[in-house]
Design a protein around this ligand. Structure first.
Ligand code: SF4
Ligand code: SF4
Length: 424
């Protein structure tokens, strides 16, 4: 298989068929040759476009969302925790959360959204969450990503107050209790199952996020079937990366996935989703239908304001505070005690320049508009440079995109916003 980029169009050539994906118009097609007549017809039908202005880089001017890192305490002791959750018990005070939201709202975001996120387990910070949700309830869309280990009455309060919830869970009990045990060693699976069943009963559906290791990859079908049995409709799967505790651990269960295994994970996940009418997502290819010259990460781009428990702004939700080695790179500002926002504009501006057109390895890559250079933090951890992508990430993206284009053209069922009419 040979893949190249012609203007905006990715051309994938196999032994007997050529598949094309026009990124500006998001059309796919399969043809048997690219003779001048067919090329002309394809040009007339929305292929081989000059990359439009709308796909070019524009520096974000506004914060669109706010993420609050509620504290570092955690009831779990996940073997691979990226953020070293639970290493200390620092918590965001209600007044810090309040100031961060007031400051964010003062920038007049279009559809304000606040996410309670990790550093530890956000749901442990009951006082701060209750305070801000009660105060700003209707002005904001609320979301929380949680381990699912929280008391039932607290969970019900969150649902009643329209806090959308995503639960992190890695699979059925024998996997969950090994990879994500309670701090002190108990089983987390009964509590997390109760949380998911409650959310399904009360809100009709729930999304979960699962980390897959080399050892659990072979059980993917069982993992997805288990989620289905709990009533889950959308699963976000990610292969394990070497970060945080995963980097430090020498346990076999924490071996990161190779590019080949990551490809298998995605394709097997999509096959399962198709057969079972469910949704399976993976972060690294989330821009397949939104091709652009842009940054990979909203936090790095100055679109998502990420505030830690001390009121400091970080450009990466996984680099929480000064205890992280990378803090000096990602610390970009502060919500001060008087509510004034201070941002190190030079530093943020430099991070915002991390787009594929400024990254030497990416400039000529056929996947550049879909990949956007991948996660800067993972690049930094692997290569020591946010602008030098991780080799395994590139290997995965370059292997999987041609296969996905082929599948989009062959299988209109994927509904990738591409109608049957556009498949010749
Ligand atoms: S740098 Fe990577 S890990 Fe950090 S917030 Fe962005 S995408 Fe997430
Ligand atoms: S990170 Fe790798 S795969 Fe992605 S655009 Fe850059 S070179 Fe291509």
């Amino acid at each position: 298989m040979r893949t190249r980029l012609v203007k905006d169009t990715i051309v994938v050539e196999t032994a007997d068929t050529i598949y094309l994906y026009a990124q500006a118009t998001r059309k796919v097609v399969r043809v048997h040759n690219l003779c001048p007549e067919i090329q002309q017809e394809l040009s007339d039908r929305g292929f081989f476009n000059t990359v439009p202005r709308s796909m070019h880089y524009r520096r974000p001017r506004k914060w669109t969302s706010l993420m609050l890192l509620m504290g570092k305490a955690c009831p779990l002791s996940c073997l691979y925790c990226y953020a070293h959750g639970g290493r200390d018990s620092a918590m965001m005070k209600p007044e810090v959360a309040d100031r961060a939201i007031a400051t964010y709202l003062s920038t007049r975001p279009k559809r304000p959204k606040v996410t309670f996120f990790a550093g530890g387990e956000p749901a442990l910070n009951v006082p701060a969450i209750k305070h801000v949700v009660a105060k700003y309830e209707d002005a904001v869309r609320w979301h929380m990503t949680t381990s699912g280990v929280l008391p039932l009455d607290w969970l019900e309060w969150l649902v009643e107050h329209q806090v959308g919830i995503t639960v992190s869970i890695d699979g059925p009990p024998h996997i969950q209790d090994t990879l994500r045990p309670l701090r002190g060693g108990g089983k987390s699976s009964p509590i997390v199952e109760r949380t998911i069943r409650t959310l399904v009963n009360k809100s009709g559906s729930v999304g979960v996020r699962a980390t897959i290791t080399k050892e659990t990859l072979g059980e993917l079908n069982g993992i997805l079937t288990y989620f289905q049995s709990l009533g889950v409709r959308t699963v976000h799967i990610e292969g394990l990366y070497s970060l945080g505790r995963a980097l430090e651990s020498h346990l076999a269960a924490l071996t990161p996935l190779t590019a080949e295994e990551r490809t298998k994970l995605l394709l097997d996940g999509l096959d399962w989703a198709q057969a079972n009418d469910r949704q399976v997502k993976m972060g690294s290819i989330s821009y397949l239908l939104r091709p652009k010259v842009a940054g990979y990460c909203g936090a790095m781009q100055g679109q998502a304001m990420v505030v830690n428990h001390l009121g400091q702004l970080t450009a990466c939700s996984e680099v929480v505070d000064e205890s992280a080695d990378e803090w000096s790179i990602f610390h970009i500002g502060q919500v001060n005690a008087d509510g004034k926002l201070w941002v190190n504009r030079d530093k943020l501006h430099k991070l915002q320049q991390r787009v594929v057109t400024n990254m030497p390895t990416c400039r000529q890559c056929f996947a550049r508009y879909l990949c956007r250079g991948g996660c800067p933090h993972k690049a930094l951890a692997a290569t020591g440079d946010v602008c030098q992508p991780q080799e395994q990430h590139c290997e995965f993206v370059r292997a999987v995109i041609p296969v996905l284009i082929q599948r989009m053209a062959e299988q209109a069922w994927l509904h990738y916003q591409i109608s049957k009419k556009e498949v010749l």
